[in-house]
Design a protein around this ligand. Sequence first.
Ligand code: ZN
Length: 230
Amino acid sequence: MRFTFWEDFLALVFPSTCAVCKRSLYAFEDQICRFCEMKLPIADYHLMPFENDLSQKIKGLAKVGRVMAFLRFAKKGSSQKLLHQLKYKNRPNLGIMLGKRYGRLLLENGFGSEWDYIIPVPLHPHKLRRRGYNQSFCFAQGIGEVLGVEVVQGISRKVDTSTQTKKSRLQRWINVDNVFEVKQQELFSGKRLLLVDDVLTTGATLASCATCLEESQPTSVDLAVIAAGN
Ligand SMILES: [Zn+2]
């Protein structure tokens, strides 16, 4: 690893901080400090990807294969802090770093040639303009870089669903149904797809995207998120 004088200078004036504990980072640390990295709540969904509590949530809603999460989500835990920094603190590189980290875990566990395309859940254009980046796309980029799989932004949103947080599960489901469309259907025909998002809560958004992708007749649709669970 080589750092230019300019990069060192910038780091001195604007030190980057750990996305979890806020400590200033050393040049060899990327987005989080080595202590927080060692304590990341890494989940083991990749060990039982077809049958787990996440797949139970999705399978009634959409036809999917594997359903996996990189981290276990816990309120006030490090995964929540990471997601907050990723979504609201202008840290797209954090998403890429998490994607690379997850990509390496998947590679080590035999997932090196399981997918033809990685597709991020799209952000509504209004939110994209405000945030400047789609955090799910950043996560997808990181995974794609490590696994050598192309990331395609193949799904687009039709309407804004930003008011859905206070609605019931059924209302949410109705709200997200039919809001996505696949732009390049022929591209995904007969392909093995990995659909990625930042979090899995009710699973409604991912299920809606997966259902939308089904119309392209892919061989399989697997799901992966940065964090899930309670
Ligand atoms: Zn830290």
